[in-house]
Design a protein around this ligand. Structure first.
Ligand code: FES
Length: 152
């Protein structure tokens, strides 16, 4: 078991009802739920691994792939949707070479869609880590992620 997971588990008692908070802590530490951690969580809580896996996959909050250094969140809220978010997502998928829910092989970028990011008056908007990129159009997306395109 790796050290970080050990430290996390030490803060719990090993009860079945702790599975969700344990998973949340693991995700905070690793940015996703590594598959190997489920075996350790199962042993720690005395719950079959299939059940830990079942809990983890039931909740949309849990991710099973690592985030990229630049985690891109495309807003799919109403204001963004009507202002062209689907086209923005398409453009980003093309620029980054990954589909939503994926992480680039070099772990540089990950891409997901999220509900409203609170910048509706600036729609369509995305967030790259903590930075909002607003009033986007396909050209701005290409400019923002031009480095990736240029390297292809
Ligand atoms: S709907 Fe996209 S920021 Fe609110």
């Amino acid at each position: 078991m790796d050290k970080s997971l050990q430290v996390i588990l030490q803060t719990f008692e090993g009860k079945k009802e702790e599975i969700i908070p344990i998973l949340q802590n693991v995700q905070d530490a690793y940015s996703y739920i590594p598959e190997r951690s489920m075996t350790d969580i199962a042993l720690f809580t005395g719950v079959p691994e299939s059940q830990v896996y079942g809990v983890a996959t039931f909740y949309a909050q849990f991710r099973f792939t690592p985030r990229g250094k630049k985690h891109c969140m495309v807003c799919r809220g109403t204001a963004c949707h009507v202002n062209g978010a689907p086209r923005i997502l398409e453009e980003m998928e093309e620029a980054l070479g990954i589909k939503q829910g994926e992480t680039s092989e070099d772990l540089e970028y990950s891409l997901e869609t999220v509900a409203c990011i609170g910048a509706c008056s600036l729609a369509p908007a995305i967030m790259v880590n903590d930075t909002v990129e607003a009033k986007l159009d396909p050209k701005k997306v290409r400019k923002l992620f031009g480095r990736v395109v240029a390297n292809e």
